[in-house]
Design a protein around this ligand. Structure first.
Ligand code: MG
Length: 126
């Protein structure tokens, strides 16, 4: 199986590294692309190659929710699975994210196993 081309969007470098490490730990072969906010992510999002997006919510310049809306508005990127990985844990935020087109939602701190389960779920769907 080809490596999973995953776009990881988070303003924390430490968090981005932790996500990559976690994915590898649970057995995914990943080819990550990192972005530090929504704007940076839109520039780096190649619809021909990216299989999955994992995005934070709170980021400078463009937050995760605005980024998700942009991805869903574009016909070339609207079907790419998106997991939101955030400290925002309220039901209202969760619903807002789902309504904006997020496929699944994980709250920080997360475990590699939790990430694996969510990832298998959203990838199976696409
Ligand atoms: Mg953040």
């Amino acid at each position: 199986m080809a490596a999973l081309k995953v776009l990881i969007v988070d303003d924390s470098l430490v968090m981005r590294k932790l996500i990559v490490k976690s994915l590898k730990e649970v057995g995914f072969e990943v080819d990550p692309i990192e972005a530090s906010d929504g704007k940076d992510a839109l520039r780096k999002l190649d619809p021909k190659t990216v299989n999955l997006i994992i995005s934070d919510w709170n980021m400078p310049q463009m937050d995760g929710l605005s980024f998700v809306k942009k991805v869903r508005e574009n016909k070339d990127t609207k079907r790419i699975p998106i997991i939101m990985l955030t400290t925002e844990g309220s039901m209202a935020k969760f619903e807002e994210a789902l309504n904006s087109g997020v496929d699944d939602y994980i709250t920080k701190p997360f475990t590699p196993d939790k990430l694996k389960k969510k990832l298998e779920k959203v990838m199976g769907k696409s």
